[in-house]
Design a protein around this ligand. Structure first.
Ligand code: GRG
Length: 298
């Protein structure tokens, strides 16, 4: 990402961090709020809320209109990470460069922290979005949120992920997995930004396709990093996919082919961006971060 894009990205990220901090206070019973804050305020990239903010504001919405929904998306993402790390799921000890939530607060509180974030998020959209956003727009945003959070979204992605462990799966199943586990939240982010920014149907469709390509490239890159990186670089334990017998693009096709596929997907994402004419340095930047990162992997 170039310097101008990075500067804007960091400004949005700072706003999102400030907002998240403000909206999850520590009150009685402190333990649950502390556990929510422990994961939520940890050093995440904030990619999804920044994408939502960038799209909404490039389309003419104000930052105030999109901030609550952008933060709600980060809360949902954070919930999925907390639950994903639990011993009954992927059993990971590290996340975002720190011990995972259940390692610090125990499994019961970590599970409840995830649940609490999941129900806090839509409340934030309803209660904090300014009134200039019409109710029908808000309802649409909430509908997108519940689709992505539910059985038509990351829940089914996680189910197929678990059921695919230590099995040889088809390419169609792998595609389902990437789409539901990862691309759905990027689609939620871009669609939320587009809906709040009152995008045309045509733009909404194009941005959804962008998120599909970007989400797939992102997951393939994440799989490659699992094999090629250190814990310091990715903030979580590397080598987990192999240890758990996960089917990934890397395990099915090898690093080189996975890399080529991810680069192809980045190119497709860029082509859509040209057509969509949003002139967004951030959207171009997040794609180039993956393609540049891929070129350095071996
Ligand atoms: C919604 C009830 C409910 C359940 C969730 C656990 C679960 C079901 C889904 C897990 C989905 C999951 C963890 C997908 C992995 C996606 C992925 C590669 C996440 C890493 O994203 P980054 O790199 O993380 O953006 P940071 O920490 O930077 O935000």
């Amino acid at each position: 990402m170039n310097d101008r894009a990075k500067l804007k990205f960091d400004i949005f990220k700072e706003l999102i961090d400030k907002y998240l901090d403000k909206f999850v206070p520590v009150i009685y019973p402190e333990k649950i709020y502390e556990s929510m804050r422990y994961s939520l305020l940890a050093e995440g990239k904030r990619l999804r809320p920044v994408l939502a903010m960038e799209i909404a504001t490039q389309l003419g919405a104000s930052q105030e209109e999109i901030l609550p929904a952008a933060c709600a998306i980060e809360m949902l993402h954070c919930q999925s990470l907390i639950h994903d790390d639990l011993p009954c799921m992927d059993n990971d000890d590290y996340r975002r460069g720190k011990l995972s939530n259940h390692k610090v607060y125990g499994e019961a509180i970590a599970t409840l922290a995830g649940d609490a974030l999941l129900s806090y998020a839509p409340r934030l959209i309803i209660e904090k979005t300014p009134q200039i956003v019409p109710s029908e727009v808000l309802l649409n945003v909430l509908r997108e949120f519940f689709i992505a959070a539910g059985v038509d979204g990351i829940v089914s992605g996680q189910v197929v992920d678990i059921e695919s462990e230590k099995k040889s799966i088809s390419k169609d199943t792998l595609t389902f997995l990437y789409e539901y586990k990862t691309a759905k939240l990027f689609k939620l982010a871009v669609r939320t930004g587009a809906i709040i920014g009152r995008a045309s149907e045509e733009r909404l469709r194009a941005l959804t396709m962008f998120a599909q390509y970007y989400g797939f490239a992102f997951q393939i890159y994440d799989d490659i990093l699992d094999v090629t990186s250190t814990i310091e670089e990715i903030g979580k334990t590397p080598g987990k996919d192999k240890e758990k017998g996960k089917s990934t693009y890397v395990s099915m096709f090898g690093i080189e082919q996975a890399k080529q596929q991810a680069l192809f997907l980045c190119n497709e994402a860029c082509t859509i961006l040209e057509d969509v004419k949003l002139n967004s340095l951030i959207l171009e930047g997040v794609v180039s971060d993956i393609s540049e990162g891929l070129k350095k992997c071996s």
